[in-house]
Design a protein around this ligand. Structure first.
Ligand SMILES: Cc1ncc(COP(=O)(O)O)c(C=O)c1O
Length: 389
């Protein structure tokens, strides 16, 4: 099944997993988990397509076809984690002396990785507020190679104009990487907007059930794909066949899940915006969001992630978080169950307090991954926890 044959919802179920994909007499409806680490060849000089599972594995191959199809790209690559995908991009493309411009509001682990590249491998990283494209233009140096974006960003849900930034980047012969974890390809397709490399933490919405760690890269350029595929194999940062199977399975309900995540999130963001104990709500689907119009233009939805500042500080935030009964206090996001966390003390604790302050991550900030439970139960839980502080 080619990527253009059917609509997105159909492709989440079928691409890579049609019975005809399976060779010979095999006709399973669900792609098997191929555990073999190595593959026999008939002739010494003719290795065949599958040789060794680090280089390629049939279950991973099925999944990589689907990744490419869902992001409307020619190629997809699977990784052992989102950070493994990110490290592979840096390993492949950023050399000593090269410069990378990143959004100032990125996942804490991505910033930690950037710092490692600066300290150990001589790269230079500048973090700027990419919600204003002119800040990107101002930060460009002769040695700038990459622009690294998230939209919406983690944890402040800032939105940047991917198309405008890609135009700036391409004028200066630079590449644009977009981490599309928060919206998933169901709501946003960065490659259609001009991004050269799309990255995912598959761990989140794509796998969708908080039971897989995985990453992906999707892209159109053949030379770049071959370079990244070479690095995927030479670094050995590949997902296990079992995890690939879990993601193929999870993806089948991506459209259904994303719709419910979003409708719940919109109701809860509105509830929070009107709550007397809440100082500020960050959700791209609220008209009060500073980049609401850009989000509306470049994506077909706003997703299921909300951040908000509780009135008070760290003490009130911690009391509130520890009073919740239905929301689970845990890092990560994008699963069917609602998760809640304190970025300053949890997901973004790997960056310094100074950096958090510069990025606008306050001690009163709480980040919520809205699940697919009944929103009445979720709001009742938030209400009882607000009552405790
Ligand atoms: C936006 C974003 N990108 C990348 C990552 C890293 O992905 P992983 O945890 O799968 O390595 C995360 C993890 O939270 C994330 O939120």
């Amino acid at each position: 099944m080619s990527k253009n044959d059917h609509s997105f919802d159909t492709r989440t179920i079928h691409v890579g997993e049609r019975p005809e994909f399976l060779e010979g007499s095999r006709n399973e409806v669900v792609a098997p988990i191929y555990l073999s680490s190595t593959y026999a060849r008939k002739e010494v000089k003719n290795p065949g397509f599958f040789q060794y599972s680090r280089s390629q594995n049939p279950t991973r191959f099925a999944l990589e076809q689907r990744y490419a199809s869902l992001e409307n790209t020619a190629y997809g690559l699977g990784f052992a984690s989102g950070l493994a995908a990110e490290a592979t991009v840096l390993f492949a493309l950023v050399k000593p002396g090269d410069h990378v411009i990143g959004f100032d509001d990125l996942y804490g682990g991505t910033k930690r990785l950037f710092h490692q590249w600066e300290e150990n491998y001589g790269a230079k990283i500048s973090l700027v507020d990419a919600s204003q494209p002119e800040n990107i233009e101002k930060a460009i140096l002769p040695e700038t190679k990459l622009i690294w974006l998230e939209s919406p960003s983690n944890p402040l849900l800032k939105v940047c104009d991917i198309k405008a930034i890609a135009e700036i980047a391409h004028r200066h012969k630079m590449l644009v990487v977009v981490d599309n974890t928060f919206l998933s390809p169901y709501f946003q397709k960065p490659a259609d907007l001009g991004a050269d490399i799309v990255i995912h933490s598959i761990t989140k919405y794509i796998a969708g059930h908080s039971d897989v760690i995985g990453g992906a890269i999707m892209l159109n350029d053949k030379t770049l794909y071959e370079r990244l595929k070479f690095c995927q194999n030479s670094l050995g940062v590949v997902p296990s066949p079992f995890d690939c199977y879990m993601v193929l399975r999870g993806l089948k309900t991506l459209s259904l899940r994303m719709e419910k995540h979003q409708s719940n999130a919109l109701s809860i963001a509105t509830y929070l915006e009107n709550h007397p104990k809440v100082a500020r709500v960050y959700y791209p689907g609220l008209k009060s969001h500073p980049q609401y119009e850009i989000g509306l233009r470049q994506a077909s939805g706003f997703g299921g992630m909300i951040s908000f500042e509780i009135k008070g500080g760290e003490k009130e935030a911690v009391e509130f978080l520890e009073s919740l009964e239905l929301f689970t206090l845990a890092e990560s996001l994008g699963g069917v169950e609602s998760l809640i966390e304190h970025p300053g003390l949890m997901t973004h604790s790997s960056i310094t307090a100074k950096e958090r302050e510069l990025a606008g991550i306050k001690d009163s900030l709480i980040r919520v991954s809205i699940g697919v439970e009944d929103k009445k139960d979720l709001i009742a839980d938030l209400e009882q926890a607000f009552g405790k502080i």
